[in-house]
Design a protein around this ligand. Sequence first.
Ligand SMILES: [Fe+2]
Length: 217
Amino acid sequence: MTGEKTENAALLIDRVRKAALEYVQQHSYAGHDQTHTIRVHRLSRIIGKKEKADLLILEVAALLHDVGRSYDQLNHAEKSAEIAEGLLRECDFPLDRLPQVLYAIRIHQFSRGVKPDTLEAKILQDADRIDISGAIGVGMTFAYGGAKNIEMYNKDDPLARDRELDDTKYVLDHFQTKLLKLPKTIHTKTGRQLIRKRWRYLRSFMSQFVREITATN
Ligand SMILES: [Fe+2]
């Protein structure tokens, strides 16, 4: 990229960043506030630079990936893409690059289970999943559980050894239904390196949590 092009891209990203953060803050949803967007953007940049991605497409997709979060939990990625398109047109984003940004946003959602075709979409999925792992993942999971009035754990069987996991009833179950499975879904080498330490933290948090529940002396 030439110097002028790089400068234009930086200005454009900055404009989108302001619009995205303002939007997310006004529509934040149980732990998915503007700080999640800021972290996913930062992680995307870190991975994107190492994996040689198109940073304009990646950064803009990261900044806008959750703008639809508060409207439609089940299909928030589709809603985010719809809102992102409007915001990007207002920011004079180049129309020829819009489809790649919208594709990455549309496909990032974990529950859709779709494997992306582009490097930028793979990195956005990685960054989003790395951010909800580790200590931040613990914080976001309990913030969501609190907002939904979900019990922290099943008192008789906290690790669900003899019952079906149900994270709509118990926050701790979400570690097994989703968080601990995330490393297997990471696409990039850089992403795998970043999630490893967080995964180990999640395991140790769970062990300590259960130790404290079951302590007898
Ligand atoms: Fe996200």
